[in-house]
Write a protein that binds this ligand. Sequence first.
Ligand code: C2O
Ligand code: CU
Length: 456
Amino acid sequence: MNRRDVIKLMGGSTLLGSFGLSQSSVAETVRTLRAFPSTKRLVPDSSFQEANIWGFEGKVPGPELRFKKGEWVRVEFENELPEGSSIHWHGIRNLNGMDGVAGLTQPAVEPGDRFRYVFPLPDSGTYWYHSHAKTWSQVARGLYGPLIVEDPEDPEVDHDLVLMIDDWRLADDGTLEESSFGSLHDWAHAGRLGNWLTVNGESHPNIPVKQNARVRLRLINAANARVFGIALPTEGTLIAEDGFPRTHQLVNDITLAPAQRADVIWEMDSETTTFYEVRNGEPYPAFTLTPVESSEPRVAKRPLSQKPVAPPPDRIDVEIPLHMQGGAMGNLSEAVYHGKMTPIRELAQMHKKVWAFNGQVGDHHDALATLSRNQVASIEVFNDTRWEHAMHLHGHHFWIQTEQGEFLNGQRDTYLFSRGERAKLIFVADNPGLWLFHCHMLEHHEAGMAAVIEVV
Ligand code: C2O
Ligand code: CU
């Protein structure tokens, strides 16, 4: 299947119309993104080794892609890895054929092959791209990068800083710990948690900013499974989550589940300031902003103007119950796997599957629901496990309604469920195609926490 077929198949032109984008905004430049193995010094101390990583253009993170709202992305992906891969554009309300889910929206791009991604950007905000083939291994090896979509309405700032946070599991010599890839223990517990924090691929980077600057922090959690908490040394203004605007809120800390993003406007003074990770034991320095003198003028610190926040729909057309079970200390005794009821012991030992949705081990095959275009759907999730899960829906942003019936502010593409939590993820099914709904703790996804929602 070539690119033209894919677009035809997915009704690209129709969707284009529905986003109100015109061909005139098509940027013709095609950017190449090659994925290949490389090395990276993750521990700065020279008594440690460099780590073997896989990166886009050999880097971690991959190159920052920056576009304007309404522009088109044209990326030629070249796979120079030893195994099949793909690129998913996380959070983009994409054309289904461009969503990059290997085995669902396209076959994996085999070693030596290429695939051209061409799609419009209907929304501004902070997004990211990552491999979506054997994701639990490829993202852990470094196959991710930031995707920023600018908007003429964005607040004027002195510095627009992308901060991609990751935790690596390193061996004692500073190399990537590889023997634990695929560990069933990780898959049934919290996932692959690391022991080495990096921001933009560096340990505790020191970033120069102008004194008294207004800074936009674009925080992105690129870890496989770790939930981060970033403390702000002084209050900042949270303006967007998962790319979408929210009602501005003064905050002192940000919780970021895997794949989540937060945009914060923060005012620098003349002091060196360290931002700490505070959700995983002792506070740990994540990054430092160091003031530099500069005679250039600063932007005027005008009050931030609030972008419109879409209110939740006032009706639900389709309810989709979702009972999540499994994992260590869980209550799952058996589940349907490839059409056959299978005891948990066999699932775990023979197939490495330990999680289920509605008694079914998830894969990319059976649709959890089929929705007609523009129906309002509510995924009614019950996290009946002893673990947190970062549930992500492709191709849509949802509103979150708590068990008490309250709506959280704004819309997200990934929501962190705590143990035992019930909440509804409500969305308008306005994007046709096959959309993955899965846990972004990538080991959980691989071990059964996945389903497909079809929009026809
Ligand atoms: Cu960030 Cu299924 O993806
Ligand atoms: Cu999970």
